[in-house]
Design a protein around this ligand. Structure first.
Ligand SMILES: Cc1cc2nc3c(=O)[nH]c(=O)nc-3n(C[C@H](O)[C@H](O)[C@H](O)COP(=O)(O)O)c2cc1C
Length: 349
């Protein structure tokens, strides 16, 4: 029997979950370009600080974040997808973390699917929630997505390198004006978000002229949607080695003198990754695939343990470097690898 359009959408979401899990379980997250091991933290033997004095909270997008990391957008809009989102919402609530839902496009098209997304707000009733839509949606749809979960901000994902390897993917990408229109009119902050291929100086500069509040670098080094979509498609378009890593994207933000709030995503799987992102200028970091893998492999308790550990480790890393708060963490001294110096040299303004 032919699948309905709704079933096709839902099936795609399920395939994304299964393939992302497979990808992480098989440890395929290859190192593309510079990784966090290309930066070393310079020791500070006399930090003159105690763990009790460290402040991990900060104000971003006009709101207080108790910790500088959150659970990134993955799913929603099907039975399995909703269950995962709701478990993530429980985790985020218990851990006092923000959370993004996956693309709500499916629930705009099939309004009966909004209920699963709304459940996330019911569970994490006072948490910071990011709504999520693709960049081709209208302002009206952006408003509906935000209302659906009473979101505090909207992530607009930009995913050319995911769409092109998809047989059924988009082939037209005229987004900039629309993004600016949404960001100018929407009542909540708008964050433009890559999904794993990174962002270069040119894009930071283009976005600097728009009304967006934040940029999520969504760099390579974690979940690879080119690989996932190739597994789903028949065309074999191989983009595995394409893109800038999360670290490279953060360097690009610096060179472009980015002034928008900056989120580091893409392969974040330890407190050190988060800390190094902060040192390199990120205001927040977020993690998707690594959390999904642990959720599927060992369950929500294990994920909570990991997130709890990240908080404790971050606190210690702050002490180790004499950083009292997020603002001070941006000034920690680093040593760069020769590969990294080469990247900076090639990519200088
Ligand atoms: C199963 C899965 C589904 C995803 N779906 C979405 C989505 O609907 N919208 C979006 O903006 N990003 C989506 N992402 C991308 C993540 O939010 C993130 O940008 C990307 O996976 C890189 O981070 P990671 O390496 O920590 O996974 C998805 C990621 C995964 C693993």
């Amino acid at each position: 029997m032919m699948k309905s359009e709704k079933e096709i959408h839902q099936h795609r979401k399920d395939e994304h979950l299964s393939l992302a899990y497979k990808y992480w379980k098989e440890e395929r997250n290859q190192t593309l370009g510079l990784t966090f091991s290309d930066v070393r933290i310079i020791p500070n033997t006399l930090p003159e600080l105690s763990t009790e004095k460290v402040e991990l909270s900060s104000k971003v997008f006009g709101q207080d974040f108790e910790f500088p990391f959150y659970i990134e957008a993955m799913t929603g809009g099907g039975e399995r997808a909703d269950k995962i989102n709701q478990t993530l919402a429980e985790i985020a609530k218990n851990q006092h973390l923000a959370m993004a839902v996956g693309s709500q496009s499916i629930a705009l098209k099939f309004p009966e699917l909004a209920a699963g997304f709304k459940e996330v707000r019911k569970i994490h009733s006072s948490g910071f929630l990011f709504a999520n839509l693709g960049a081709g949606h209208s302002l009206e749809n952006a408003k509906r997505a935000v209302e659906m979960i009473e979101a505090n901000a909207l992530e607009i994902h930009v995913n050319t390198a995911q769409e092109l390897p998809m047989d059924e993917g988009d082939r037209e990408f005229y987004w900039l004006e629309n993004i600016n229109e949404i960001a100018s009119q929407l009542e909540v902050p708008v964050i433009v978000k890559e999904v794993g291929f990174g962002i270069s100086q040119k894009t930071f500069k283009e976005l600097s002229k728009t009304a967006v509040s934040g940029i999520n670098v969504g760099g390579a080094g974690g979940t690879n949607f080119a690989w996932i979509e190739r597994k789903r498609s028949k065309n074999g378009f191989d983009l595995d080695d394409f893109g800038f890593s999360t670290l490279e994207s953060l360097l690009e933000a610096k060179t472009a003198e980015n002034t928008k709030s900056l989120v580091a995503t893409g392969g974040i799987s330890s407190a050190q990754d988060i800390f190094k992102s902060l040192i390199l200028g990120a205001d927040l970091a977020s993690s998707a695939g690594f959390i999904l893998k642990n959720l599927m492999q060992t369950g929500p308790e294990k994920v909570e343990e990991i997130l709890e550990q990240w908080k404790q480790d971050l606190n210690k890393l702050f002490v180790l470097t004499g950083s009292k708060n997020i603002a001070e963490s941006h000034n920690v001294d680093l040593l760069y690898s020769a590969k990294m110096l080469d990247f900076i040299q090639q990519r200088k303004k």
